[in-house]
Design a protein around this ligand. Structure first.
Ligand code: SAH
Length: 213
């Protein structure tokens, strides 16, 4: 891996609004080339989304950075991620948190991601096959929740599983052909939502595929 490519990406992320030094350090540390498929290895350090199989994509590094930053993860958070995909965003979150629980509905993607976590000795990640729209009730509440697929509306089980004082970040369908990342804060008084920036994500899909095995 060419270190110059890594530095070029980090400079681009800084210019584009990633100011949180912990997030920048996490992105610098996680070898994105391990999370893309062989034909795309030479593009691993480009600021681009790439195909990962099962019709899904590994998110663009800028979006991973902005969403991680929006979570305002402080020290020892317990985090839930919905949509493991390649596991890249999970690995970035693992640098920032105490423990990351991650759910993926495509079994082959989950199996590959778990192999990467083992290779990188990321022992604070717990991954499971399942429908992330239902959350992970046995491990709730979570101080932070990140969804990496676009939901038509905020999934109620995830709102329920967010701790008081917690933050949920998700892409949401906000109009015909429009998605925005929104941040939901939960307080004693209830939930408050703010719209952060436009994005383009694959859809959040309920249930697991028939051929999941
Ligand atoms: N964070 C990933 C992005 C993967 S794309 C990465 O960095 O690679 C979004 C992922 O969400 C896809 O893998 C898709 O299968 C998954 N997904 C969509 N709906 C889901 C659901 N209801 N439960 C779990 N995973 C879901």
């Amino acid at each position: 891996m060419n270190p110059a490519l890594r530095i070029r990406l980090l400079m681009e992320l800084r210019r584009s609004g990633i100011a949180d030094t912990r997030v920048l350090a996490a992105i610098e540390k996680v070898p994105r080339d391990l999370f893309v498929e062989e034909p795309f290895a030479h593009q691993a350090w480009d600021n681009a989304a790439l195909p990962i199989g099962c019709g899904q994509t590994i998110s663009q590094p800028l979006v991973v950075g902005l969403m991680s930053q929006a979570l305002e993860i402080a020290g020892r958070c317990k985090v839930l991620e919905v949509g493991t995909g390649s596991g890249y965003q999970t690995a970035v979150l693992a640098q920032l948190s105490r423990r990351v629980y991650t759910l993926e509905r495509h079994k082959p993607l989950l199996t590959q991601a778990e192999a990467r976590f083992r290779l990188l000795r990321l022992t604070n990640i717990v991954a499971m096959h399942g429908d992330g729209m239902r959350g992970w009730p046995a491990q709730a509440p979570f101080e932070r929740i990140l969804v990496t697929a676009a939901a038509p509306e905020l999934p109620q089980p995830l709102l329920d599983q967010l701790a008081i004082g917690g933050i949920l970040v998700t892409p949401l369908d906000t109009g015909p052909d429009r998605q925005d990342v929104v941040r939901v804060r939960r307080t004693e008084a209830g939930y408050s939502t703010e719209t952060l920036f436009p994005v383009r994500f694959v859809p959040l899909v309920a249930g697991v595929p028939e051929d999941a095995g």
